[in-house]
Design a protein around this ligand. Structure first.
Ligand code: HAM
Length: 421
């Protein structure tokens, strides 16, 4: 036997028993974003590497260590998208969707990051994201967060997720803060680990994000960004908090929340759960007013988020919040004898036309009644239709209730639709 080829580590198949859960979640996401006036945008899975370097930032884990980058046959450096925001802005700029306009856009699909796989963290994972362009005030930040809260409510997750909020301020206020932070870190250099020392000058805010418990004390005493916010950012943040409170959305302020991508300013937020172990961030986002211009467009304010679909499905599974698995068929059509087998596919077509929306599965491959009934049972169908040679000659079919204790009936094939509609 030849050796089987396995899937790539961290890249998962979604098996038929799991797809109903995904479809259930995706349907709720699509319906919810539609109810806020969002339109879908689709962009390629592969982009120029430069796009992600310029948007996510050169000194970030994603760009430094996690991108799937390769040279195209003509020598261009291409990258499998590690996230959607940069792609969405690139597409928006390229097609003139952003300048002087308001856009509410959503997308979904696979993203790729070469991280160490574990529960809730994969190398190919799926995001559902949205981006709102052209609106600078805090009301749209609030609306985006209220929308995400509605998703949790629809999925039954409200008690299990918590909102963390921070403001990174303007780039000027961040520059002033950065200076203060670097000088503080310099004073405590001896206590820092290798990663933090490396980041101290290139990306000092990310040092605050360190998960190393040995650094907890020194980082807790570090200067706080909130003390350096400019007046406009402070007012924006205060307004956002008022709007969320008015909408009844609980949040906690987390001054250490800086996010792993460089494009953010002002609002950043994460929805976290304690039910998933280490990979507890289900949804994350914020404002990125500089990115459109940074990628060659005209200055356009923007805010958005993305959620991890694997994490959402895992969370729903672990909390038992998924609806029962749907059967694959409503009606299972069996045929006994050559003439009936010959007619079965055509009868099934007539029934599909007469019963739109019903899932009709035809037994293929012959066999006796016992075998066919066994397959009918496995399909989950509630109704079995049995076509026999004699019945066929009379234009009749037998209806057998597979889940109910009701007597079987003989019907004219032309009457089946009326009985089962
Ligand atoms: P992010 O925080 O890098 O943000 O990713 C968003 C979400 O994607 C995470 O909260 C998590 O649920 C999921 N995720 C990320 N990496 C993995 C992984 N390796 N395996 C499984 N799930 C993962 C962004 O990507 C931004 N583009 C979000 C955004 C949109 N900001 C503004 N607009």
């Amino acid at each position: 036997m030849s050796k089987q080829i396995q899937a790539i580590r961290g890249m998962n198949d979604c098996l038929p028993q799991d797809t109903p859960a995904w479809q259930y979640v995706e349907q709720i996401l699509r319906n919810t974003v539609a109810s806020y006036g969002y339109s879908e945008i689709r962009f390629p899975i592969v982009e120029m590497t430069e796009l992600f370097k310029r948007s996510i930032g050169e000194v970030t884990d994603i760009v430094e260590k996690e991108m799937y980058t390769f040279n195209d046959r003509n020598g261009d450096s291409l990258t499998l998208r590690p996230e959607g925001t940069a792609c969405c802005v690139r597409a928006g700029n390229e097609h003139g969707l952003l300048y002087n306009q308001e856009q509410r856009l959503w997308y979904t699909g696979p993203m790729f990051r070469h991280e160490r796989p574990q529960k809730g963290r994969y190398r190919q994972f799926h995001q559902f994201g949205l981006e709102a362009f052209g609106m600078a005030s805090a009301d749209i930040d609030a609306e985006v967060i209220i929308l995400s809260a509605r998703l949790w409510q629809q999925l039954g997750l409200t008690p299990y997720v918590k909102l963390e909020l921070n403001s990174l301020g303007s780039s000027a206020s961040r520059a002033a803060y950065r200076e203060a932070l670097v000088s503080y870190l310099e004073q405590h250099k001896a206590l820092l680990d290798e990663d933090s020392l490396r980041r101290m000058y290139s990306n000092p805010l990310r040092v605050l994000d360190s998960k190393n418990p040995a650094l907890a004390d020194v980082l807790a005493a570090a200067p706080q960004l909130a003390d350096y916010l400019d007046e406009e950012s402070k007012a924006h943040f205060t307004r956002l908090q008022q709007l969320l409170s008015r909408a009844g959305i609980a949040f906690s302020l987390n001054p250490r929340l800086v996010r792993g991508l460089d494009y953010y300013n002002k609002t950043v937020f994460e929805w976290v759960t304690t039910e998933l172990g280490a990979q507890g961030t289900v949804c994350a986002g914020g404002r990125y007013d500089g990115l459109v211009e940074q990628l060659g467009g005209k200055a356009t304010p923007a805010v958005g988020f993305a959620l991890g679909l694997e994490r959402l499905v895992l969370l729903l599974q672990s909390l038992n919040l998924l609806p029962q698995l749907a059967a694959t068929a409503d009606i299972y059509l069996m045929a006994l004898g050559d003439a009936a087998e010959l007619a079965a596919l055509t009868v099934a077509e007539q029934l599909r036309s007469a019963l739109p929306g019903k899932r009709i599965m035809t037994h293929c491959g012959g066999g006796n009644l016992k075998k066919q009934l066994k397959r009918a049972d496995k399909s989950g169908a509630a109704i079995g239709l049995i076509l026999g040679e004699d019945e066929l000659a009379r234009g009749e079919i037998t209806l057998k209730w597979l889940r109910d204790d009701k007597p079987q009936q003989t019907l004219l094939i032309t009457d089946v639709a009326a009985v089962l509609a």
